[in-house]
Design a protein around this ligand. Structure first.
Ligand code: HEC
Ligand code: HEC
Length: 269
């Protein structure tokens, strides 16, 4: 009887230790390594050329670091996006979209597949933006000045940079509501959860779906506003536009703050 209990306790203890060690390894790995689906190959030669442009700019192009931070971490206060660790093809696509003329109504081919009944492009103030645009007074002239080669190299530079976000404190109610949008969406309006497209933890997925974790809340809110008023109109199948049109001002704040509460790292050794 005594041996049995002893044996039982010992086995149980060993089991607990094995499980605890397993959890520690998994948690430690997750914390120090980028998950496989976020690992992206970058071109080191192009990245070196891109670094020179990012740091120094050139005639007609302001240095990217002036606004996007010394290490591509973005600017929390002003809501300028982080670029470090984004997918190189996503960065390049954004620069191409910024380079289009927002008011060039003569554009014949719509680069964005869309259902025009659901996503008209004439807004309340009667502005008609051209398809596929991203309007921004700061980025439009910069993107237009870049060559294809510069877009490629600067995209690979930023994609190769490490990034680590520490969670910002957020009150419980905001967190709960943001969580609801992230993992449940609004099924009653047929709106999928944010994480269905933005990756399991909002850390992004592949070249088409950017991370929300690690982006300044102001940036997230401004992008959703831009989709609602037509100043950003560059998402395939109007996936994000249709989502944005279902969000209230409160939803925007809750989602943005929820993602700012996440710890997140990419390209860390
Ligand atoms: C004067 C400030 C400024 C400079 C200089 C600048 N940017 Fe930006 N950038 C911005 C702002 C502001 C936004 C967000 C625009 C918006 O709200 O749509 C942005 C957005 C972007 C985005 C979109 C990111 C995303 O997640 O969608 C990319 C890519 C980008 N910039 C690349 C660059 C590169 C490359 C350079 C240098 C060649 C550069 N920027 C220089 C201010 C700047
Ligand atoms: C059906 C898919 C889908 C869902 C659901 C979705 N998004 Fe998106 N979202 C996208 C795509 C695609 C893009 C990139 C568009 C592009 O190519 O420029 C995007 C881009 C964004 C961006 C801009 C990021 C950047 O770096 O420029 C923000 C902010 C954003 N989404 C917020 C949200 C939030 C918040 C939710 C949930 C309330 C959400 N999205 C749900 C597809 C989706």
């Amino acid at each position: 009887m005594v041996t049995k209990t002893l044996f039982g306790t010992r086995v149980r203890r060993m089991l607990i230790m094995v499980v605890a060690a397993g959890v520690a390894i998994v948690v430690g790995y997750r914390y120090t390594h980028t998950p496989q689906y976020l690992v992206v190959e970058t071109d080191p030669v192009a990245a070196a050329a891109g670094k020179a442009l990012a740091l120094n700019g050139r005639e007609g192009v302001t240095a990217c670091v002036a606004c996007h931070g010394a290490n591509g971490e973005g600017n929390q206060e002003l809501g300028y996006p982080r670029l470090a660790g984004l997918h190189p093809k996503y960065i390049a696509k954004q620069l191409q979209d910024f380079a289009r003329d927002p008011l060039d109504v003569g554009v014949k081919v719509d680069p964005i597949a869309r259902d025009y009944e659901k996503t008209p492009r004439i807004y309340k103030d009667l502005t008609i933006y051209s398809p596929g645009i991203r309007k921004d007074p700061m980025m439009n002239p910069i993107a237009r000045a870049l060559s294809d080669e510069e877009i490629y190299s600067v995209s690979h530079y930023y994609a190769s940079l490490p990034f680590k976000a520490d969670p910002e404190p957020v009150d419980f109610e905001t967190l709960e509501r943001g969580h609801e949008l992230a993992v449940r969406g609004k099924p009653e309006y047929l709106m999928p959860r944010c994480n269905a497209c933005h990756g399991p933890n909002g850390e992004g997925f592949g070249e088409h779906f950017p991370p929300l974790a690690g982006q300044p809340p102001r940036y997230i809110i401004r992008q959703i506003n831009k989709w609602q008023n037509g100043e950003r109109d560059n998402d395939q199948f109007a996936m994000m536009k249709n989502t944005a049109n279902l969000l209230t001002d409160g939803d925007k704040i809750n989602a943005a703050r929820y993602y700012s509460n996440k710890s997140y790292s990419v390209n860390q050794e």
